[in-house]
Write a protein that binds this ligand. Structure first.
Ligand code: ATP
Length: 314
């Protein structure tokens, strides 16, 4: 089983309990561990894989909570750094008009420093860069670029998920697109939502979007489309792999469950060659990852809702 190094954002989401009012009126919040790459590490470890999370948390009770949560799911956090800066916090509420009200207090996550010792461990393993806050500047952004560079060896498999958040990039989408380019160029696999594929490629039609994104460099593309399933594009072939029918209650974390399950299956292969060559192999993996995404929507929250291996096989 290969290791999957998931690098980047980890934070506390304070979710307003009383939905339908903006943050100025919300009084009670539920504390939840969040951050896309941290969720992906949990998804991998819950399935029995080797999920390693590398991020930065504050040396404070919230940082302690995040580390405990990840450890409880079997994630290796030994390379996660403790910062003097407070743990990153996000406050979220769904206002009356259905719009998300969002306040972001960025702290320790941006402080992640490059660890040159990791370079010797990376070859033969998987690197997952689930950007989100990582492209917002600070030492983390530089660290991201350096790990991408380190990952460019023949033996590595690099995965990129831009995790675009409109709240963080309002009126500055062009900068986001520009910053994504080297990652789309160098990563072997990119996971996009349909909105991300359209935004980064500049193409409305998803087939055209995939063609444009392949031209930038990435060999394998998955475009997740909620209950419509996932568009897989590789080796000149495109196919929608249908999702599993469920009654969703909360779709948070479905995308992370999807990519975590896909990477878990890739990590279980002896070598990465077949992933580039065999469309039907990857199609089968995507079908299973769709199932992981669907299961996650049937429960509240992100990390707790991620399936175990037993739940996935059921
Ligand atoms: P996130 O908001 O977590 O970043 P995303 O937009 O990246 O999500 P989604 O498309 O919402 O990802 O979900 C990922 C996968 O989970 C989908 O491709 C699909 O297979 C499955 N999934 C999501 N929502 C549903 C649903 N309502 N019914 C069935 N399957 C679903």
């Amino acid at each position: 089983m290969k290791k999957v190094y998931c690098i980047g954002e980890v934070l506390i989401d304070f979710v307003a309990e009383q939905q339908g009012s903006d943050l100025s009126k919300a009084n009670h919040f539920t504390k939840k561990a969040g951050g896309a790459p941290a969720n992906v590490a949990c998804a991998i470890s819950k399935l029995g894989g080797n999920g390693i999370f590398i991020g930065s948390v504050g040396d404070d009770p919230f940082g302690k909570f995040l580390l405990e949560t990840l450890k409880n799911e079997g994630v290796d956090v030994s390379l996660t750094q403790l910062s003097d800066t407070f743990t990153t916090l996000a406050f979220v509420s769904l206002a009356e008009d259905g719009e998300r009200d969002f306040v972001f207090s960025r702290g320790a996550d941006k402080e992640l420093k490059y660890n040159p010792d990791l370079r010797k461990n990376l070859p033969g393993n998987i690197l997952h860069l689930g950007a989100a806050t990582a492209l917002l500047g600070g030492p983390l952004e530089k660290t991201y670029g350096r790990y991408l560079f380190d990952g460019l060896t023949k033996e590595m498999f690099i995965c990129f998920d831009p995790n675009f958040r409109i709240d963080l990039w309002k009126n500055d989408e062009e900068t986001f697109i520009k910053k994504c380019m080297p990652f789309v160029e160098k990563s072997h696999l990119c996971k996009f939502s349909s909105e991300e594929a359209q935004l980064i490629s500049g193409k409305e039609d998803l087939h055209d979007a995939c063609d444009a994104l392949h031209k930038i460099g990435t060999k394998i593309i998955t475009v997740t489309m909620g209950k419509e399933g996932t568009l897989l594009s590789m080796n000149g072939t495109k196919k929608i792999i249908p999702s599993v029918k469920v009654k969703p209650v909360d779709t948070t974390g479905a995308g992370d469950a999807f990519i975590g399950c896909l990477l878990y299956q890739i990590s279980d292969l002896g070598n990465f060659e077949p992933v580039f060559e065999d469309f039907s192999l990857v199609e089968g993996m995507v079908a299973k990852a769709n199932k992981a995404g669907a299961i996650t929507t049937t429960n509240y929250g992100a990390i707790v809702a991620l399936p175990t291996k037993e739940q996935l096989e059921k």
